[in-house]
Design a protein around this ligand. Structure first.
Ligand code: ACO
Length: 329
């Protein structure tokens, strides 16, 4: 039996206990439940407790995915965490997660490409497995976006939540990976970035006072880019797999804004039964959003053997990506 393909053997997700509703923001921001629901589709999001960090969420989701796959951390050859909110600038959160799960001496690393993180991670991990480098990889999208949220900015503060989603990828006779389409345009980082804290603008008192250590975004520009790129990436990924929109059973998009997902789904001619949306519960959890949505879709019985799925995302970079996947139960 030749194991030259890859499949997802287990999924899991975790969200912190604390739930923050739209009404909660009205206590300190000039906003309302009506505005947030109508402009974003969000109702609730989960926030970490003080002291809870990205690796805590990643470990919880990773444990669930391992249990779902019937495996132990010692069965995993490599641990990858997609995140823009690592525990530290370094060491990589992937190293911390590997150790905490019990992956002794195993490689661990991070992928930092914002909301496209899971798509880049799925492409990387699939290539490592299909190329014969590793047999099993635990890929986790995990974010504590509240650690970089500017709570004085009503245009972005309401959008973000914390959480983690994980998949166990393993070598397989049948190949689930059909295609990948990735892209980026780094010519205008200011569209969506944390300005200070890196080598370009190290943190100092002035930057802290100006809240430049928090995420800032030009929402309208990002919105337009998002709709265009989600549609284009989905179409190209399908073409690369020699498939058409009609072949697509399920679209699992990054959960950034329900209006973005609805616009893309409408253009792609995908009805609600073929699109996974859970943004009302989690808000935007960046690299965690797609694996959380997949984990919930599997638990809800929405994913069947042989289904064609497109995972698609956009985010900081700016970046975008889509993967076509044939589900293998
Ligand atoms: N409550 C009430 N009013 C608000 C709020 C709020 N929370 N936020 C903005 N407004 C106001 C604005 O001030 C503006 O008022 P004005 O017309 O008087 O100036 C008005 O609402 C419209 O503002 P817009 O920014 O044009 O609103 P828009 O419909 O574009 O929605 C949003 C804003 C939700 C941010 C949208 O642009 C969006 O979703 N963009 C994409 C965001 C995204 O996906 N980012 C990914 C980042 S994740 C990552 O990379 C980690």
């Amino acid at each position: 039996m030749s194991l030259t393909g890859v499949r997802i053997a287990g999924v899991g997700h975790y969200a912190p206990e604390r739930v923050v509703t739209n009404e909660d923001f009205a206590g300190w921001l000039d906003t309302s439940d009506e505005w947030i629901v109508s402009r974003t589709g969000m109702k609730r999001r989960h926030w970490v407790a003080p002291g809870e960090a990205t690796s805590d969420l990643a470990v919880a989701a990773g444990r669930k995915a391992l249990a779902h796959a019937g495996l132990d951390a010692s069965d995993i050859d490599c641990f990858i965490v997609a995140t823009v909110t690592p525990d530290y600038s370094f060491p990589a959160t992937g190293c911390i997660v590997a150790s905490r799960l019990g992956g002794v001496d195993k490689p661990g690393f991070d992928i930092n490409i914002a909301c496209s993180g899971f798509i880049y991670g799925l492409t990387t991990a699939s290539a490592l497995i299909r190329g014969g480098v590793y047999k099993r990889i635990l890929l986790i999208g995990a974010e504590t976006l509240t650690s970089i949220t500017n709570y004085e900015d009503r245009g972005s503060a309401i959008l973000f939540g914390d959480g983690a989603g994980a998949v166990v990828l393993e070598a397989s006779e049948k190949d689930s990976f059909l295609s990948s389409e990735l892209g980026s345009d780094g010519s205008r980082p200011e569209l969506l970035f944390v300005e200070a804290g890196g080598s370009r603008n190290p943190i100092d008192a002035e930057k802290l006072a100006e809240r430049k250590n928090f995420l800032s975004m030009q929402g309208r520009e990002v919105f337009k880019f998002a709709v265009t790129k989600m549609i284009a990436a989905t179409d190209v990924a399908l073409q690369k797999a020699n498939l058409t929109r009609d072949d697509l059973n399920l679209l699992i998009p990054h959960q950034a804004n329900k209006r973005i997902v609805d616009a893309a789904a409408k253009y792609l001619n995908m009805g609600p039964d073929r699109v996974v949306i859970n943004i009302h519960e989690y808000g935007n959890t960046s690299a965690a959003s797609i694996p959380i949505a997949l984990s919930e879709a599997v638990a809800a019985g929405r994913v069947h053997d042989d289904d064609v799925i497109v995972f698609v995302a956009f985010g900081g970079g700016l970046s975008w990506g889509a993967v076509t996947w044939r589900w293998s139960a």
